[in-house]
Design a protein around this ligand. Structure first.
Ligand SMILES: [Zn+2]
Length: 282
């Protein structure tokens, strides 16, 4: 097994018809695609067929759930609606042979240590209830690191969910991690230590890790905006996290993940950059 690289959503630079999209990705040697179901887990029959077909050609398909999934909310109506949404996602994933559902742990909690802890417990309970109530087949939950400091989804919170829920695996958005920690990933050593920590905490699940990797602008409260691939920060500093360090660590630590670029309006450039660098060092 080797790392897979791809994009989230259809990049603006792709002007063709949907039918040609996977050929376009293939022309850049990309082989992963994250479907963005921002407004709900639904898609046309035609799209489902295309996604099934793409997998026969070697593509790896994940789906990213809507931003309003909020299993940790103190409002039980909101949380229960999120359960329904996620269950629809599982049904859709099974239909298109997709094994990875990415979603944000959300907000709607009291932002204190106790409030966050309770919210994570609610998320764990809901995920465990869902997975015991329905046949998930090979579908797995991938709760993602949140970009804003107030959001649920710190590194430790993702670890906690993965430890307590059989079907949960880590989606590590290294840009969100950098942003929510006010620019923490300043060196390759720091990124290595974070990944090693994660590996020690959940060694088995770490083998099936999912990454989002791109550079990001952030402020006091965390994420401000995903940067365009190669773009500097507004103050002129080079955008971080550094993708070279990231790719080097995939080799050094023997990690074989799916890596999705969410670079602003240039996902394919970010993905291709990482992919080429990865294979150049292989
Ligand atoms: Zn996300």
């Amino acid at each position: 097994m080797i790392a897979k690289f791809g994009v989230a959503g259809i990049p603006v630079n792709y002007k063709g018809k949907m039918e040609g999209f996977f050929d376009w990705l293939k022309s850049m040697n990309l082989n992963a695609y994250e479907v963005q179901c921002n407004f709900g887990f639904r898609m046309s029959e035609k799209t489902k067929q295309m996604l099934l077909e793409s997998q026969k050609q070697g593509f790896y398909i994940s789906i990213h759930g809507p931003y309003y999934i909020n299993l940790g909310s103190v409002n039980s109506d909101v949380a229960e609606r999120s359960v329904d949404i996620l269950q629809k996602g599982i049904e859709l994933a099974k239909e298109i042979n997709c094994t990875r559902i990415i979603f944000h742990p959300g907000g709607g909690h009291e932002n204190t240590e106790q409030g966050r802890k309770e919210a994570i417990d609610r998320i764990v309970n809901y995920l465990n209830t869902i997975s015991s109530n329905i046949d998930m087949k090979d579908v797995k939950f991938y709760p993602e690191i949140g970009g804003k400091t107030a959001n649920l989804g710190s590194l430790d919170e993702i670890i906690e969910i993965c430890k307590k829920c059989d079907k949960a695996y880590p989606c590590i958005d290294i840009a969100h991690l950098h942003a929510r920690e006010n620019g923490s990933i300043k060196s390759k050593e720091i990124l290595r230590s974070k990944l090693q920590y994660l590996q020690q905490q959940i060694p088995e699940k770490f083998k099936q890790i999912h990454f989002h990797a791109y550079t990001i602008n952030y402020g006091e409260k965390g994420e401000i905006k995903h940067l365009v691939h190669g773009e500097n920060m507004p103050n002129g500093e080079v955008g971080l996290p550094n993708l070279d360090w990231f790719v080097e660590l995939l080799h050094e630590m023997n990690i074989e993940p799916w890596v999705i670029s969410e670079a602003h309006d240039s996902q394919e450039l970010g993905a291709k950059y990482m992919r080429d660098k990865y294979f150049e060092n292989a």
